[in-house]
Write a protein that binds this ligand. Structure first.
Ligand code: AVI
Length: 318
């Protein structure tokens, strides 16, 4: 089987990643498996759904605050974007003219190359230094990046897809990579009424359901699995204690499924937990950042308090 250049995962790793989750007493699949070609296409559609307020609210906020963020950088700087499959959100910052270099970090190599080509055309003076890597694994940045202050940028509330200890590990590692003169702008979805949250992850057109089920399509293709797609239903539920939306695939009948040569039993009603999307009250996210070596200096949200952008700086003192 071919490797998946979009994910940076060899075909065997897809099977390994799937099996290690499906052999747990409470079955899970890693959310990073969502993003094959079809998964990326479906995620693009999700961002345009009426129920999925996150992307459009963040864009409106970014347009508003970009001049202020650029002014705070106080001179020529470098923009480092974590999980940058395109430059659409970075553009709000790049157009302010203070960034001499842009460092997009993403596993999707073809997307990075296309982005660099577009930016060469549109912004010939901008140095684009792509980092083809999983953003969780970047402990240091390339040495050719100019020695200027850095703004880390992690939009989209992707940080919400990490369990809090993983989010802390990410924030600490980013501090090491960005350095003690950096700032970090992070998009964080806010905790809110489940009546708003649940439809954002279970839309009327069924796009999110297709996105969730596409995991099984992928395992059938790349991990030698034989899932019957009609035997699993999409479910999105709010876990109030953990403050997260959980996506599950619910097994509709007792069955045994082959995955990478192993037979796995699924009981009727049992679920595969496929994604968590944590929602943070502003003070909770600020505390998580503090525990990870950062200090929140600015917080912006939209008037309806759907979404927030946090600006962090390295924490000084004890
Ligand atoms: C990528 N991430 C921030 C999305 C989210 O909202 O957690 C992924 C997603 N899952 C279902 N819909 C969107």
């Amino acid at each position: 089987m071919p490797d998946d250049p979009a994910l940076g995962l060899a075909a065997g790793s897809v099977a390994d990643a799937a099996l290690s989750g499906l052999l747990q007493p409470r079955k899970t699949l890693p959310a990073k498996l969502f993003y094959d070609e079809e998964g990326c296409r479906l995620f693009g559609r999700i961002t345009e759904l009426p129920e999925y307020y996150l992307t459009r609210t963040e864009r409106i906020l970014l347009a508003e605050i970009a001049p202020r963020v650029a002014a705070l950088m106080d001179g020529p700087s470098v923009l480092v974007e974590y999980g940058a499959s395109d430059e659409a959100k970075a553009e709000f910052l790049l157009r302010e003219g203070v960034f001499r270099a842009y460092v997009p970090i993403d596993v999707a190599v073809p997307q990075l190359q296309q982005m660099r080509a577009r930016l060469r055309e549109r912004r010939p003076d901008l140095m684009v230094c792509m980092v083809p890597a999983d953003f969780m694994e970047v402990a240091a940045l390339p040495t050719e990046i100019p020695p200027l202050p850095r703004l880390g940028f992690f939009p989209g509330s992707t940080i919400g897809n990490l369990d809090p200890p993983e989010a802390q590990r990410f924030l600490r590692q980013a501090l090491g990579a960005l350095g003690h003169e950096a700032a970090f702008l992070i998009g964080v979805d806010l905790r809110k009424d489940p009546a708003v949250l649940v439809p954002a992850y279970d839309d009327a057109q069924g796009v999110t359901a297709a996105f969730n089920r596409n995991l099984l399509v992928r395992l059938n293709r790349e991990a030698g699995a034989n899932f019957d797609l009609t035997a699993f239903a999409h479910r999105a539920e709010w876990n109030d204690e953990a403050s997260r939306i959980e996506m599950h695939l619910v097994c509709l009948r007792d069955q045994t499924v082959r995955v990478a040569g192993q037979m796995i039993h699924f009981a009727r009603g049992e679920t595969i937990h496929t994604e968590s999307s944590y929602k943070y009250a502003p003070e909770r996210f600020a505390a998580l950042a503090e525990e990870s070596g950062w200090h929140c200096t600015e917080l912006w949200n939209d008037p309806a308090r759907l979404f927030s952008l946090h600006l962090l700086e390295p924490r000084r003192g004890p």
